[in-house]
Design a protein around this ligand. Structure first.
Ligand code: NOJ
Length: 560
């Protein structure tokens, strides 16, 4: 293997993300839980993945479905007990699956003991755990920042006559990471879970933890997130991440992936570049999730393949040999990918094509629950049927700007709830997700057609395609460690790239259109001499070292 690239287990793994509330209900109360997860460990293993990332399982009032933690060392009662968690942890380990926990330390729940204490007075030892500030004259807030969920980022507390900062919901007060005691708490939480045997963390909005000194107001105004330039990549981020690494993470065989909104490759390298200064193993950036929108899917634009390719190629080139990419196309914050970058008409073809498109790049692939069967968005007719706090807030703002009809259309496209409907296990009542009469959230009515059981029995299903793809990647170093080269950069219909390692090469071609497109292999690739290893149509002829690509067709050729 080339000298500039080092092997590591976290580079070779594929990860499955579980959003517990909607994964599987094991006790019949309508809510997904740890018993349900335990019952599905064999299923997760059968996908060929190597690790599970659990969205928060901790005790929480669930205002932001677990991203508001009330106790970092306890399990939410609706999900089970600590013993249930340990059973899942052991069960996963017995099957060779690592376990990655969500570490949410930019903020806590307003029901966390620290926050309840901090409200008691300026002299309370926990007061400085959070950003408490006096208002300005004439009842003005401490600054003009706005929450990334919409509305002000400050909430008034009459008892203290002070405001506290919350970059997300008002029930999610921001922790003051500048306070060394808070950083000690974070490190203790990390040790608690690592000592129990977990294998790493996905660190929630970790790049927001350091705010500009003095919390200055922003000269810019946006309906959501005003002030973001003052904390998106703050002055002490480096220092705090390094401290977590040196004092805790470096002492364990663990991995970290940091969630990093508005991240660029250049800035990412400051934190994930391999070597003594490395703070995190990988970062979840968002640039590739902006090919159909501006920053968030609520600001919708037509899908633009060239924009998508540019982002991917940039990250592939800038990180290669220096750092490692985290690859994903769905998670619990994103609408379903076939609705966005694929096609409902060609759901099966486009789901498979999108899987190939991102998983054959260099990086660690993450698969979100339901993605592997091509689940789709579920448009609910009434905003009151939505559960997600940010959907409700942003809808409120959007309906003032665009009117209710348009705002509802946007919610159908952009709501995080699209990715949070219960997993469709079978065509049994409630999609086999729960035996309760009523699940906690609406199940997508298409579960009779789209479900795991049906796809298990179909060798050509999306599910079995994912299995094949994950296995292929794992068995071929060229797919994991190879260099990357993009072809036909100017095409607005085709994404084509190749990977090279130790004399081996592979060619990946993906069509993003429902029209027929002519494809000729780039120079140096003799298709007839290669092995067709993955494809999403049954007939796969070649004419003159090329072929006419059918709607959303994908093929992967390998030369060994
Ligand atoms: C990112 C998480 O993925 C999202 O679900 C959550 O609402 C925010 N961070 C706040 O924790």
């Amino acid at each position: 293997m080339g000298e500039d690239i080092k092997r590591a287990w976290y580079k070779e793994m594929a990860v499955y993300q579980v959003w517990p509330r909607s994964f599987c209900d094991g006790n019949g109360d309508g809510i997904g839980d740890l018993k349900g997860i335990l019952s599905k460990l064999d299923y997760i293993k059968s996908l060929g993945v190597d690790a599970i990332w659990f969205s928060p399982l901790y005790k929480s009032p669930q205002k932001d479905y677990g991203y508001d933690i009330a106790d970092y060392r306890d399990i939410a009662p609706e999900y089970g007990t600590m013993d249930d968690f340990k059973a899942v942890l052991n069960g996963a380990h017995e099957r060779g699956l690592r376990v990655i926990m969500d570490l949410v330390v930019n903020h806590t729940s307003d029901q966390h003991q620290w926050f309840l204490e901090s409200k008691k007075g300026d002299d309370n030892p926990y007061h400085d755990y959070y950003y408490w500030r006096k208002g300005k004259s004439h009842g003005r807030k401490p600054n003009n920042w706005m929450s990334t969920f919409g509305g002000d980022a400050w909430e008034y507390d009459a008892g203290l006559d002070e405001y506290y900062l919350h970059l997300f919901a008002k029930e999610q007060p921001d922790l003051n990471m500048d306070n060394p005691k808070v950083r000690e708490e974070v490190k203790d939480i990390m040790r608690f879970w690592l000592d129990m045997g977990v294998d790493g963390f996905r660190e929630d909005v970790i790049t927001f933890i350091s705010k500009d000194e003095g919390l200055p107001s922003s000269p810019y105004w946006f309906p959501i997130g005003t002030g973001i330039e003052h904390y998106v990549h703050g002055p002490h981020l480096d220092e705090y991440l390094m401290e977590f690494k040196n004092d805790v993470l470096s002492k364990y065989d663990c991995m970290t992936v940091g969630e990093a909104p508005m991240m660029t490759p250049k800035k990412a390298l400051m934190h994930i570049k391999e070597g003594p200064g490395q703070q995190l193993n990988m970062m979840f950036h968002f640039q590739h999730m902006e090919a159909d929108c501006m920053f968030v899917s609520w600001v919708k634009l037509p899908f633009n393949l060239k924009k998508l390719k540019k982002v991917y190629t940039n990250w592939q080139h800038q990180l290669y040999g220096k750092a490692w990419n985290a690859l994903y196309i769905e998670n619990h914050d994103q609408p379903r990918i076939v609705n966005r970058y694929g096609s409902l008409e060609y759901r099966e073809q486009s789901a498979k094509m999108l899987a190939v498109m991102y998983m054959c790049q260099s990086g660690t692939p993450f698969v979100y629950q339901g993605q592997e069967i091509g689940m789709t968005n579920n448009a609910l007719p009434d905003i009151n049927m939505y559960e997600d706090i940010s959907t409700k807030n942003v809808y409120g703002i959007a309906s003032k700007i665009f009117g209710k009809k348009k705002a509802m259309e946007l919610a159908h496209y952009a709501s995080r709830d699209n990715g949070r409907t219960p997993v469709q296990w079978s065509d049994a009542p409630n999609a086999g997700f729960t035996t309760a009469e009523k699940p906690w959230f609406y199940i997508n009515p298409n579960y009779k057609q789209i479900n795991v059981a049906a796809q298990e029995n179909d060798p050509d299903s999306i599910l079995n395609f994912y299995r094949k793809l994950i296995k292929f990647r794992k068995e071929h170093d060229v797919c994991i460690y190879g260099t990357y080269e993009e072809h036909y950069h100017e095409s607005s219909n085709l994404f084509c790239y190749s990977r090279y390692l130790d004399g081996k090469k592979m060619l990946v071609v993906c069509s993003f259109t429902d029209k027929a497109v002519a494809f000729n292999a780039p120079e140096g690739f003799d298709l007839a001499a290669g092995q067709l290893v993955l494809n999403n149509y049954n007939t796969t002829g070649i004419i003159n070292n090329g072929f006419t690509m059918r709607p959303y067709e994908t093929r992967v050729y390998l030369w060994e």
